[in-house]
Design a protein around this ligand. Structure first.
Ligand SMILES: O=P(O)(O)OC[C@H]1O[C@H](O)[C@H](O)[C@@H](O)[C@@H]1O
Length: 272
């Protein structure tokens, strides 16, 4: 059953199913929360109300059509600061859409994006897009998930060990992830050749597992306390409540007009 509500002036949707519920903001087309039946909230959401026109800090912001900074444009693209439309809902899924023009390109070419969230005993998020530009163009996508954790020092990340990554905190030096990733350290790592991961949280006694499709990069982001102090949209103490593990497609293959690109992840929860 879908219900509409307002959260900090943002139009939102709540889908209730026998297996759990999800909350989504149309601003940003952003999943705010997944509450599996009889389980703790899976995502972290800042207690600082979002500022008008700014992205929401928490849940799963969508980074598109680029990831990171781009001179003269908003960080991580405009999908997370656009108002999406509800296309369809049924007993277990919600579909949103966003269309417009690729404003960073000289031609006034159109794009269309759809996101589908499917709630069963898992949560699947499927993002697909296409464009009508006259030539192939580059896109980057990240489902920038903020997972709620008891403390970054109490989690063990599996599936991302011994992989090549670019370290943004060291001028994008190429390194290899260690056999045991200390998530309590500051991280801003773009890890290549990933298909998913597990996050074992001894404080919450739960495992979060993620499997990805057409997204072979995982971004691990955990800012230092010092960096966080300069981020007014994170509440005091909030930095030790989440870990970002982002499902990303940072492909450098241009996408031809009309071709549908689909990026998917499925998240599941089990007790340890
Ligand atoms: O503050 P934001 O624009 O939401 O970006 C938050 C973070 O997103 C990603 O994880 C990037 O790798 C980080 O470098 C960035 O700081």
């Amino acid at each position: 059953m879908i219900k509409e509500y307002i959260w900090h002036d943002k139009p939102c949707l709540e889908l209730n199913t026998p297996l759990g519920k999800i909350q989504i903001s149309l601003w940003g087309g952003q999943l705010l929360q997944w509450l599996p039946e009889n389980a703790n909230p899976v995502f972290w959401l800042s207690k600082v109300p979002p500022q008008p026109g700014k992205p929401i800090r928490g849940g799963i912001p969508v980074c598109w059509p680029w990831f990171g900074g781009k001179e003269g444009y908003e960080s991580h693209g405009w999908a997370r600061t656009s108002l999406w439309t509800l296309e369809h809902s049924d007993d277990q899924s919600v579909t949103l859409s966003l269309s417009g023009s690729l404003k960073h390109l000289p031609e006034n070419s159109r794009f269309e994006i759809q996101q589908r969230f499917i709630v069963t005993d898992t949560l699947t998020q499927i993002l697909s897009f296409k464009h009508e530009h006259s030539t192939p163009i580059l896109f980057q996508t990240a489902l920038h998930s903020y997972f709620s954790v008891s403390h970054p020092g109490k989690v063990q990340i599996k599936g991302l060990e011994d992989k090549a990554y670019k370290d943004k905190l060291a001028n994008y030096a190429v390194k290899r992830t260690p056999h045991s990733i200390d998530a309590n350290l500051p991280w801003d790592a773009t890890i290549s050749n990933t298909e998913g991961w597990q996050l074992d949280d001894s404080g919450l006694n739960r495992r979060i597992e993620c499997q990805t499709n057409n997204a072979d990069t995982t971004v691990l982001w955990h800012p230092s306390d010092q960096t966080t102090q300069a981020m007014p949209d994170i509440h005091p103490g909030g930095n030790s409540e989440y870990l970002c593990l982002e499902t990303a497609n940072l492909e450098d293959t241009p996408v031809p007009p009309g071709q549908l690109v689909t990026v998917t992840h499925t998240i599941s929860i089990t007790s340890l």
